[in-house]
Design a protein around this ligand. Structure first.
Ligand code: WQD
Length: 336
C-alpha cells in the first residue's frame, strides 16, 4: 500500500518523504518541478538509502495522473502541490485559482474513483487572516486576505463538504505556521525561486553573501520591538506532524484540523539576531515601510495537535537557524 506525495520534491514534501522512507513506508512522489528541482530526488535517496517511485506530472494533466492510480495501490495521499507565494497570488489570481483548485479537484475525483480514503491537506495559517487575538486555535475565525489564502480556504471547504457526503473518508487539514530550517544533513532545504519572499531564506542569502541586506518590512507594529511576530516551526517537526496525522487517519477519524506550529512567536529582529548567532555572520538590514497585506502578530495554539496527535514541535529557533545555515553553506546556490 503506497503513500502518494503530490509536490513531494518540494520543501516540505521532501522532508516528509525522508521521514516516511526512514519508517520503511512505500512512497510515491509526484512533482512537476514548478517550484522544486530533480536533484532533490537524489538527495532523498542519499539521506535515506531507500528507493521510491517518481512521476514527473502536473496535477492538471488528469489523464496521466490517473495512470498513477491505475499502476499503483495508493491508500493515502498527502497533497503538498500548489502555488504558495502570497504576493504572486495577488498579481496572478487566476493562475492560483486554476492551479490550486482544479488540480485538487482532479486529485479528489480520482481518489473517489479508486476508493482511496486517507487524505492529508497542506493548508496554512494564512486562512486565519489577521487574527483578533493570539494564540490562534483551530476554531478561530477564518478570513483569508489574499488569493493564495483563499485557495487554501476553498480547498478546506471542499474537503469539509466531501467529508460530510462520505463518512468513510479520513481527512487531515494541517494549517502550517511559518516553516523554516532544513534536514540536519544539509542535503535538502528551502530553495526559493529567485529573490526569496520569506524572511528566513532572505536572511540566509544575506548571510552567505548572495544578497546585500535585509529589508525589514516595518518597525511600527504593536509588538515588543515593532517588527512582525510569527510562529516559526522547523520543517522536520512539520514533517513529523504529517506522519502523526497519517497515524490518526488510520484510526478512521473522519475530518480533523490541526495547527502545526510551536506556540511561540518571534519578531523579525529576533530572527536576525538568532541567525547572526547561528551563522557568525553579519546580517545588515534597513527598516523600510510595511509590506502590503502583512499582519502584526501570528502564532499558534497547537495544544490540539499535541493532545490528539501526540505530536509536539521539538526544535527551537536556534536549531532552525543552525540547520538553515548548514543547508545554505553547503548549497550556496540551492539546488541550481
Ligand atoms: C515573516 C515576517 C514580514 C521578508 C507567508 C505566508 C504563509 C507561508 C509563509 C506559505 C513578516 C517579515 C519578510 C522580508 C521582512 N507561506 N519580512 N522582510 O508573511 O508570515 O507568511 O509565508 O505557506 O502562508 O502567508 O512569512 O517569511 O514572508 O514574513 O521583514 O524580506 O518577516 O513582514 O513580519 P509570512 P514571511
Amino acid at each position: 500500500m503506497s503513500i502518494l506525495l503530490t509536490g513531494g520534491a518540494g520543501y516540505i514534501g521532501s522532508h516528509t518523504a525522508v521521514e516516511l522512507l526512514q519508517l520503511n513506508k512505500d512512497v510515491i512522489i509526484l512533482d512537476n518541478f514548478s517550484n522544486s528541482s530533480p536533484l532533490v530526488l537524489d538527495r532523498i535517496k542519499e539521506i535515506t538509502g531507500k528507493s521510491f517511485k517518481f512521476y514527473e506530472l502536473d496535477l492538471l494533466d488528469k489523464k496521466n495522473l490517473e495512470k498513477v492510480f491505475i499502476d499503483n495501490n495508493v491508500d493515502s495521499i498527502i497533497h503538498f502541490a500548489g502555488y504558495k507565494a502570497v504576493g504572486e497570488s495577488v498579481d496572478k489570481p487566476l493562475d492560483y485559482y486554476t492551479n490550486n483548485i482544479i488540480s485538487t479537484l482532479n486529485l479528489l475525483e480520482l481518489m473517489k474513483k479508486y476508493n482511496i480514503k486517507n487524505f492529508v491537506f497542506s493548508s496554512s495559517a494564512t486562512v486565519y487572516g489577521n487574527p483578533d487575538k493570539c494564540p490562534i486555535n483551530e476554531n478561530s475565525p477564518l478570513r483569508a486576505t489574499n488569493p493564495y489564502g483563499q485557495t487554501k480556504l476553498m480547498i478546506e471547504n471542499i474537503l469539509k463538504d466531501i467529508s460530510k457526503s462520505d463518512a468513510s473518508l479520513n481527512i487531515a487539514i494541517l494549517r502550517y505556521f511559518n516553516p523554516v530550517g532544513a534536514h540536519k544533513s544539509g542535503l535538502i532545504g528551502e530553495d526559493p525561486n529567485g529573490i526569496p519572499n520569506n524572511l528566513l531564506p532572505y536572511i540566509s542569502q544575506v548571510a552567505v553573501g548572495n544578497l546585500d541586506k535585509l529589508k525589514v518590512f516595518g518597525d511600527d507594529y504593536n509588538t515588543h520591538d515593532g517588527t512582525g511576530v510569527r510562529d516559526y516551526i522547523h520543517v522536520v517537526d512539520l514533517a513529523k506532524g504529517h506522519i502523526k496525522s497519517l497515524d490518526k487517519l488510520n484510526t478512521k477519524c473522519g475530518l480533523v484540523i490541526y495547527n502545526l506550529g510551536t506556540g511561540n512567536g518571534y519578531s523579525v529582529l529576533e530572527m536576525v539576531d538568532a541567525f547572526r548567532e547561528a551563522s557568525k555572520r553579519e546580517i545588515s538590514y534597513e527598516i523600510v515601510k510595511r509590506r502590503q497585506g502583512d499582519i502584526a502578530i501570528c502564532y499558534a495554539d497547537c495544544t490540539k495537535a499535541n493532545r490528539e496527535l501526540d505530536w509536539q514541535a521539538e526544535y527551537g529557533i536556534k536549531d532552525m537557524c543552525i540547520d538553515s545555515w548548514n543547508w545554505q553553506v553547503n548549497n550556496p546556490k540551492g539546488y541550481k
